[in-house]
Design a protein around this ligand. Structure first.
Ligand code: FAD
Length: 768
């Protein structure tokens, strides 16, 4: 039976072997082995991956997506367990054409039978252990072939056929009972417990499959005596060797010493010390995995010193407690764990590794597992401080009614009560935003799951790196860069998506360094003031959002009839300083909620005066990062705009006033305030939305058109002033934009007027 696949493939030469579902980690490994063996190999899948690209470079003919034509002249087919009759055109066409078809495990069994097979089996830790075994045997000069379930940087790829060696280390998949196809020389049995209950009736059926594998193992099985499940299957069988924590085990690990990610331990063989091993991947479970490999290698005659040297250099599989970033500010780790036992073990390791809180992002894998193990999942997260639960990664399964990420949230809450913070965050594409806002210095973020949750950690690690670089460039002790700051906190409209990197420099030099850094690294940036003229789209602002604040930017200095003010100085404060100094001309600024920076850029104005009218000079950071001064004669002035500031950043400005009696200043100010009180709403807004067309003020136009109180969602045209859109609470930028669209369409149709927006509309439609 096990020879059938290779015999069939040999007989079919020169026709090709075609793999349906070749992009998956298991199937791509088979493709690699077949290419190494000199077969002509093709494959099809729904999408292209790094694996398919690598295989194409090695000679794979790749078809995307699956089509009936892709198998037309194939001699033999191998198909993945996700492929089901009636649901895959390539598979159905192969059956109809009478091309012999083989399951992945049948192909692997045939390949394994050509060498002295070493099958690594069990519920958890197979990939790490099989990678470790292949690495140790390779370092010992035994030229093993290998087939493991993930990319292993140290081994070069996930599968390789070595023509010079006799051993073949293979990770055995227990999920569908195909373990019984293997007749290896050696087996490593790591652990056994209830899992894959969509396939197995109960633990007895699981035990029977492992039992049969052990009975078919020719030389010896190494089983974990510390695992009751493995013990129950193996202990009473012949040709078994136990490893664990006890001196009475055939091989034992003792005197563990942990430093950071490393653990050193002594290996005993029948209670006699063989020597000390140092393992540079974290976790007690990995000590047991290394012990299994040390036992196997010892039985194969590898000297202990070579085992020790090889294990010390082992660097782990991708997605197995993979540390993506480690700094005092934040650590990001990714792990493939998706079964409750794996989750608990990984969280235990994370807890030891973390400096601060352990924040877990969990993506449940498969509806069936979520449904069947919901109670166990509820108990698995005790070591976490907070859990963000995504929606289920289906892995080819159809949804089950009532089963979702919420199932896990409910189970954890039922078990942990209020002690543990659990958040339902179904959307993988946006969970990093919630996460970024939640972080505190020293947190460890652990992404967990067998699907694509690792992308969350990759993105977060990259953004944390950029944030750290920005902080370094800013070099203002105590000033941190926040990730994904909601712009609703920084705009008077109280809405808008997040700022990717939010920072508040307080010195001119710090601002210059940050801008220089952004320009050098091609990082987009934007300087904002008090957000009183901004409509930030719901997708937020990509890149650095710089808000000068305090320090140099808040300085205000009166000298005769001139006032120098930093760009963070509020207009209201500037008006007050002028009043105290007995200078008239600034009264109109009193009721404008902006700051000097935004006021200059927008050439803000009221009561017939504009910012430009009082400007004596402005200090700018130009496009080349140089400090320059501009006088009004050197600047272009427009209605509600100083275009020069679109590219240059203002740091401070000098304004001129006119000495006047206090009573005169107070009277003008009071008149201005009274006008505002009567004509402007107090609700959240961004001031006037539209520029006034030459023929009519925009507010009056909207009033005439009967648009007051027109509403989209919680955004509404103010009943007090037609040119103000107010946020009644919970409005989105999309609501406001839609309202703007409706108003413009109406003005165009009814009056032939093309309204231009005064409010600055910035940011992305879709979240970054
Ligand atoms: P922001 O809204 O933060 O930014 C505005 C623009 O300036 C953005 O493009 C930003 O990138 C740019 N910018 C900010 N700082 C700098 C800098 N240092 N260098 C270069 N560019 C920079 N406006 C009027 O003109 N007259 C009014 O009477 C008036 N009344 C208002 C009433 C209310 C209730 C509200 C909410 C707004 C009103 N506005 C008015 C609009 C707004 O207050 C002004 O445009 C204000 O000057 C904007 O300043 P800001 O600091 O909030 O700028």
């Amino acid at each position: 039976m096990t020879q059938d696949f290779l015999q069939t493939a040999e007989a079919a030469r020169p026709r090709r072997v075609h793999l349906i579902g070749v992009a998956g980690s298991g199937m791509s490994g088979i493709a690699s082995l077949l290419l190494d063996l000199g077969f002509t190999v093709s494959g099809s899948d729904r999408s292209t991956t790094i694996e398919t690209e690598r295989l194409q470079a090695a000679g794979l003919e790749f078809f995307c997506p699956h089509t009936a034509e892709s198998i037309a002249d194939a001699g033999v087919i191998v198909y993945s367990s996700a492929v089901k009759p009636g649901r895959n055109v390539a598979f159905d066409a192969a059956l109809a054409a009478g091309i012999p078809v083989f399951r992945r495990a049948e192909a692997l069994a045939a390949l394994l039978s050509r060498k002295q097979g070493i099958v690594v089996a069990g519920m958890h830790g197979k990939t790490t252990t099989s990678a470790m075994a292949a690495h140790v045997l390779r370092q010992a000069g035994l030229h093993p072939s290998h087939y493991v379930g993930a990319e292993i940087p140290l081994l070069g790829c996930n599968a390789h056929w070595d023509h010079d060696g006799t051993h073949f280390v293979a990770e055995g998949d227990e999920s569908d009972g195909t373990l019984v196809l293997y007749h290896p020389q050696h087996t490593i049995l790591l652990n056994v417990e209830e899992e894959h209950l969509d396939h197995y009736r109960d633990i007895h059926e699981i035990n029977a499959v492992y039992g049969q594998l052990l009975d078919q193992t020719a030389a010896a099985t190494f089983y974990c005596a510390a695992d009751p499940g493995a013990q129950a299957v193996a202990a009473a069988r012949p040709r078994t060797i136990g490893y664990g924590w006890e001196t009475s085990d055939d091989y034992a690990a003792r005197d563990l010493e942990t430093t950071g990610q490393s653990t050193a331990f002594t290996v005993l063989h029948h209670a006699t010390p063989l020597g000390r091993l140092t393992l540079n991947i974290p976790g007690r479970h990995n000590v047991l995995n290394a012990l299994a490999v040390a036992a196997l290698a010892t039985e194969l005659g590898v000297p202990f010193e070579r085992i020790a040297a090889a294990l010390a250099s082992f660097r782990g599989a991708r997605r197995r407690f993979e540390v993506k970033r480690r700094t005092p500010a934040a650590t990001v780790v990714d792990d493939y764990g998706h079964h409750p036992t794996e989750i608990a073990a990984t969280l235990q390791t994370a807890r030891q590794f973390a400096q601060g809180r352990v924040i877990c992002v969990f993506q449940p894998h498969r509806y069936s597992r979520t449904h069947l193990l919901r109670r166990e999942f509820g108990q698995a997260f005790s070591q976490a401080d907070a859990v963000f639960v995504l929606d289920i990664y289906p892995a080819g399964e159809l949804p089950l009614p009532g089963i979702s990420g919420e199932t896990i949230v409910d189970a954890i809450q039922a078990h942990e009560g209020p002690r543990l913070k659990v958040f339902s965050t179904p959307d993988r594409a946006t969970v990093h935003l919630a996460l970024g806002n939640f972080l505190k210095p020293g947190d460890l973020i652990l992404t967990l799951g067998a699907g694509n949750v690792h992308e969350v950690g990759t993105r977060l690690a990259a953004d944390l790196q950029t944030a750290e670089e920005l902080e370094k460039a800013l070099a203002e002790p105590g000033t941190t860069v926040s990730l994904y700051e909601p712009m609703g906190r920084h705009t008077t409209l109280k809405l808008g998506g997040p700022a990717q990197f939010w920072l508040q420099p307080s010195t001119f030099d710090g601002l210059a360094r940050v801008i220089h850094h952004c320009r050098e690294h091609g990082l987009p940036f934007r300087v904002i003031g008090r957000g009183s003229n901004l409509l930030v789209r719901d997708g937020g602002l990509k890149g650095a959002v710089i808000h000068p604040d305090g320090g140099d930017f808040d300085a205000i200095e009166v000298c005769g009839d001139t006032i120098r003010a930093g760009v963070a100085v509020k207009f209201k404060r500037l008006a007050a300083a002028a009043r105290t100094a007995g200078l008239a001309g600034f009264e109109w600024m009193e009721g404008i909620p902006g700051s000097v920076g935004g006021g200059l850029r927008m050439n803000a104005g009221a009561m017939g005066t504009e910012t430009f009218d009082q400007l004596l000079s402005v200090t700018l950071l130009d496009g080349q990062g140089r400090w320059v001064q501009r006088t009004p004669a050197e600047l272009e002035r427009r209605y509600r705009s100083l275009p020069e500031l679109a590219d240059h950043i203002a740091a401070s400005a000098v304004f001129q006033g006119r000495p006047a009696p206090l009573e005169e200043i107070d009277a003008t100010m009071a008149a201005s305030l009274e006008k505002r009180r009567r004509s402007q709403p107090i609700a959240a807004s961004a001031g006037c939305i539209f520029k006034n067309p030459p023929s009519i003020p925009a507010g009056r136009l909207l009033d005439d058109l009967g648009l007051k109180n027109l509403r989209v969602g919680a955004a509404r045209v103010s009943e007090v002033h037609g040119n103000f859109i107010v946020n009644d609470g919970g409005a989105t930028a999309s609501d406001v934009l839609e309202l703007i669209r409706l108003i413009r369409a109406c003005a165009q149709t009814e009056r032939g007027l093309a309204l231009e927006t005064e409010v600055q509309i910035v940011g992305e439609d879709l979240l970054f």
